[in-house]
Ligand binder design. Structure first.
Ligand code: LMR
Length: 327
């Protein structure tokens, strides 16, 4: 019969047309708020990618663990259910031990040192450290230095003894809190507020933008300006998906990614102090400055963690990170 055949041909043509003309949907999922450096970088990527490839790509950004939270997002990326994610560098332990360098306590003097290390040959090499696992590192993205928080003042490491601390899924962070007699518990970011509120844990660590946007300061009495470690990200894609993109699309997306990271890093540098001030102004938690001597005690208590992870991370990597400090 002619008619069904024609109908079939038309349907096929329509399908072909749709397949040809429908934009490529790129899902970018993360766990923090839109206002944070990562949230801003993701939205900037959407803006730039859609501008560079009009009608060809549609970037859907899912903040606040809406699509996938910690624990599920890596799996989802490898299954192709999401195309871009930006986990904290503390969350890659299962995929490469080398990135654990970023969790070592008191390794970096400040975020500028972290930036120099990420930009160094060794730092850039680490972007490719998960290639064999199917993960393509598109770039590093800053959040900031971490501050300790709890319901009692933590002036010296002895104050942390016996307290339960929420940590990201990192063995280094586990060792860090054990080194001061704490009880670390790995919990997904989406669960932190409630865990603090209900007393499942007594304290935690996070940069100012996360503390403020997730209201951790409303459920913690004290925030110590410890700057004892860094919380940064790697923006990653499923390597097979990335490599299969048409070359012109990949080039344009890469450019949008580089620009969006620059933008997010600027937010991180410019706004950390403002987020700190918002926490202070809110007067829900007391912000404590630690003296040089107190900080030295924390450093001395936590530093043995470096040796513990040296063989896994590589002494060359740790030395390269250390050399990014200027003082
Ligand atoms: C955390 O789990 O505390 C952070 O990694 C969340 C984030 O993405 O900043």
């Amino acid at each position: 019969m002619i008619l069904p055949r024609l109908a079939l041909a038309a349907a096929l043509a329509a399908a072909h047309l749709t397949a040809w003309s429908a934009p490529l949907v790129i899902k970018y999922s993360h766990v923090v708020a839109d206002q944070t450096p990562k949230g801003q970088a993701a939205l900037k990527f959407k803006e730039l990618a859609e501008k560079a490839l009009p009608g060809k790509v549609e970037v859907q950004v899912f903040p606040n663990s809406q699509l996938f939270g910690d624990g599920k997002e890596m799996e989802a990326l490898l299954l192709g259910d999401v195309q871009i994610i930006a986990p904290s560098l503390a969350k890659f332990g299962k995929y490469t031990p080398k990135l654990q360098v970023f969790d070592l306590p008191f390794l970096f003097d400040d975020i500028a040192a972290v930036d120099r290390f990420q930009d160094s040959p060794k730092g850039l090499e680490l972007l490719d450290s998960m290639k064999k696992k199917g993960i393509k590192g598109l770039g590093y993205l800053h959040n900031g230095m971490k501050e300790l928080s709890a319901n009692k003042p933590l002036r010296t490491p002895a104050d942390a003894k016996g307290l339960k601390f929420r940590i990201q899924s990192s063995d280094v962070l586990e060792a860090q809190f054990k080194a001061v007699g704490g009880n670390p518990q790995k919990l997904a970011f989406a669960e932190v507020y409630q865990a603090l509120q209900t007393g499942v844990v007594d304290g935690t660590e996070n940069p100012w933008s996360n503390i403020y946007t997730k209201k951790f300061h409303e459920v913690q009495k004290y925030i110590m300006e410890s700057d004892h470690g860094v919380l940064d990200y790697m923006v990653i894609a499923n390597a097979a998906w990335w490599d299969k993109l048409p070359a012109d699309v990949r080039t344009a997306l890469n450019k949008a990614m580089v620009e969006s990271i620059k933008f997010g890093n600027k937010v991180a540098f410019d706004e950390a102090a403002a987020y700190r001030q918002k926490v202070v102004d809110d007067k829900k938690a007391e912000v404590l400055k630690l003296s040089k001597d107190e900080l030295a005690q924390w450093r001395a208590a936590m530093k043995p963690v470096w040796k513990k992870f040296e063989s896994e991370i590589g002494k060359d990597v740790i030395d390269a990170a250390l050399s990014a400090n200027q003082n």
